[in-house]
Design a protein around this ligand. Sequence first.
Ligand code: 5GP
Ligand code: ZN
Length: 113
Amino acid sequence: MDNCIFCKIVRGEIPSRKVYEDEHVFAFHDINPLRPVHVLVIPKRHIESLAHASEADAPVLGRLLAVANKIAVDQGSPEGFRVIINTGRIGQQEVPHLHAHIVGGDAPVGPML
Ligand code: 5GP
Ligand code: ZN
């Protein structure tokens, strides 16, 4: 997707603070962190939202969750974290490229996400 900001981040056209990358997913610090740890994990291939994913996307959806614990521990949230996938208008999704928020850190994670 030419004009998608997260696709541009994957391509390196918009800078980001990368924390992890593999064949399927790319992870980077949220530009506006809500907690000490706030990382976004996205599929490298453009999928608009979880509502747009299909059975064929199962491997990449699996990677999205499989890397969450590693990222949370690496980033300093070993005792727990949240994984949040806002989906669609009602789900308050603002960026139309599927992404999982990994939120944690020392402070207890509050209710705003
Ligand atoms: P959503 O509400 O769509 O679930 O969350 C989108 C997230 O993307 C927000 O937390 C926002 O701070 C983050 N974000 C938006 N644009 C950028 C950007 O250009 N770079 C980074 N690193 N994060 C972004
Ligand atoms: Zn995209």
